[in-house]
Design a protein. Sequence first.
Length: 403
Amino acid sequence: MPLANDLRPKNLEEFVGQEHLIAKGSWIYRAIKEDRLSSIILFGPPGSGKTTLAHIIAEATKSNFVQINAVLGTIKGLKLELEKAKDNNERTIIFIDEIHRFNKAQQDVLLPYVERGDIVLIGATTENPSFTVISPIISRSKILQFERLNSSELEKILNRALKINPQIKIDTKSKDVLINSANGDARILLNLLDDLSAHSKKIDKKTLDSSNIVKTLKYDKNGEEHYNIISALHKSMRDSDPDGAIYWLMRMLDAGEDPLYIARRIVRFASEDIGLADPHALLVAVAAYDACRFIGLPECDVHLVQAAIHLSYAPKSNACYKAVLTARGDIKKYGNLDVPKHLRNAPTKMMKGLGYGKGYKYAHDFNNAKVEQDHLPERLKGAKYYKPTDRGLEKKIKEKLDN
């Protein structure tokens, strides 16, 4: 058996980490100890203890415990287990590992059994349940969010592994390398120890140098971490922090993100958060996108960083973004308002007869091409969508519009 399975805790006292959830006196602690668990969703990164906690519940409960892996499970097999639970006089806890792998139809099958109380559901997922678990199941479950294990927690797990394997000798620096390489994942830590000790019972710098250990960055292009990190990049640039922007940008690149995706988000940012406060920001962002498309990785990383720094230092304005939202709100509210007749073209005699173009003032016939006339539908007369700030070039634009 892999060391990670061999070392799996059998009770809450042996469990390491997630103190914010399972500390003595907490809801989940009492529910397990008193065997009165209700449906729960365990959500968090790999190797943080979700499956381990489910196995502890299996050991502690007097209920019938059924484990289903969503990757291998089928609707037919799921229905079979659910019907067994329904007909069984004994309470049944069904643990579904990687529940996010179940599609909506499969999750819909679960729902009536959870609603009626035929089963207690434990779902484990590395994906945010808000996006991957149907709302009716979420509303009938407690969501427990697990966190990545910190260095001291990983050290406890490593020391326990070494205690039951006293033949393995490892120095302090090598222990630190293993803990750092695990990136908060106990399973990775124990698998590394397993692999290294299979070749040598003495683990030192020489052993590690020959093993080519690479630290794995947590990043899922289609999952929550993807959106968390792009959000961190946006907010760092918005708050004029180039160092934060560089860090999160490089985190995405080093985890394998498509540079064109990052470039597209930077282009969007240039108009949403800077706009006319610095019109050059959009030119820089588009140039970075073109550079990424032209050169590609790894060389285009510097172009993205240059753009991120420029956008971080640029004066900020969301006036264009707010103009979009306000105008769209009026369109949704009032529908298809008519174009004022003086703004309409009149290419035919009939259209002129209907008053199209009548009273239109041609700007170039006036001093400085300044003309006073309405350009909005009558219902929206006087509406203001673009409200420039006092930052960057928009300060001059504001003065011009005020004049």
